[in-house]
Design a protein around this ligand. Structure first.
Ligand SMILES: C[S@@+](CC[C@H](N)C(=O)[O-])C[C@H]1O[C@@H](n2cnc3c(N)ncnc32)[C@H](O)[C@@H]1O
Length: 337
């Protein structure tokens, strides 16, 4: 039985999973909002990371994450055939909106169990469903109706001449920004691109359900195969901290290639700061070592402004956002473009 949705949020296969995930959300909330401030003073001590408090906090964070994924993944796996049929039906309903090549080979760097999700973004046919519930817990209830994605899309820099014909969302996951982009730029053709096909199949089903007309394309941000100067806007929402460092300049070069002169790039991601305060440093290290975020320290330590400029884009804004993420916008100048 399909248990329906609450707004845009699907209900889990059974009440058991919904109830368990609600508990997991409370545990995460408690770990972050109540326990973390208590361990902050320890992070300034030379041997603080060996303290019982910090070690317990790390274990609680990791166990909460593992149990969240396990519960929801098991729930969907028990009814795999039904959910796969749902994805197939969405493809049949709008056949020209999901683009993929069955022979596409996923690069090894993209096969990790990022954030401990078993199979990561590519290894489970129902990863999109699982990701949606897991990230609901991650956002601690603040994004149940895509509120944060809409906030991100409101920050996207529009070209100065106002012309927005084509928009691309690099690393779109389940398409929450992609559909919000279409709502912000209704006249534009909007495409979400991602390396994870199971995420895209779910993104497509979701867009069909929401009746938002967008495209999804299976591919690589560093090598999209799309025509040069064919986009007005490129968005990268929390993509860069999840790719290996060697790809930072390659993805930026690809974004610049795709942009027409006057087109804009918007990046929303972790702040770039090689002198993080001790509590943030501890959390970053925890994420890298215990939460399968191995690429993020290099992104945080990078001189991302310089990388953007080296790619031939002019920075128009760098600054904080209402969350801990930072916003960087840039333009491909007309002169010399
Ligand atoms: C943290 S998620 C991004 C979240 C997403 N932008 C959203 O709106 O919620 C990172 C995404 O980037 C994708 N990804 C990682 N490497 C990629 C690459 N080289 N090209 C395209 N997508 C990539 C992953 O599959 C994953 O869906």
């Amino acid at each position: 039985m399909n248990r329906g949705h609450i707004g845009v949020l699907p209900r889990a296969p059974r009440l058991e999973e919904d109830s368990y995930l609600e508990f997991m959300e409370s545990v995460r909330n408690f770990n972050i909002r109540t326990l973390f401030p208590k361990i902050v003073p320890r992070t300034f001590e030379p041997q603080g990371e060996q303290s019982t408090e910090i070690r317990s906090w790390k274990r609680l964070m990791r166990s909460q994450q593992q149990q969240t994924w396990q519960k929801i993944q098991d729930g969907y796996a028990a009814e795999r055939a039904r959910y796969e049929a749902e994805l197939d039906a969405a493809e049949r309903a709008r056949p020209n909106r999901l683009h993929y090549d069955p022979n596409f080979v996923v690069p090894r760097y993209a096969t990790l169990d990022i954030h401990l999700q078993p199979g990561g973004y590519v290894g489970d046919s129902l990863a999109g469903y699982v990701f949606h519930h897991g990230t609901k817990v991650f956002y601690q209830g603040d994004n149940d109706q895509d509120e944060l994605h809409r906030q991100v899309v409101d920050m996207v820099a529009a070209p100065a001449d106002g012309r927005v014909v084509r928009v691309i969302d690099f690393g779109c996951s389940i398409g929450q920004c992609t559909t919000a982009l279409k709502q912000r730029f209704p006249q534009a053709e909007v495409t979400g691109l991602d390396v994870g096909l199971p995420l895209l199949r779910y993104a497509h089903k979701r867009a069909v359900d929401l009746d938002v007309d967008v495209h999804f394309r299976h591919g690589l941000a560093e090598d999209t195969g799309l025509p040069s100067e064919s986009f007005d806007v490129v968005l990268c929402y929390i993509l860069f901290h999840e790719v290996p460092e060697r790809l930072f300049p390659v993805i930026l070069a690809e974004a610049r290639r795709l942009l027409r002169p006057g087109g804009t790039l918007t990046v929303v991601d972790a702040p770039n700061d090689s002198n993080l305060p001790a509590p943030n440093r501890m959390w970053l290290k925890f994420d890298a070592l215990h939460n399968c975020e191995p690429y993020s320290p290099a992104f945080v330590a990078s001189d991302f402004r310089k990388l953007i400029e080296d790619a031939g884009l002019r920075i128009t804004h760098v600054g904080p956002t209402p969350t801990f993420l930072h916003l960087t916008t840039a333009v491909k100048d007309v002169a010399g473009g």
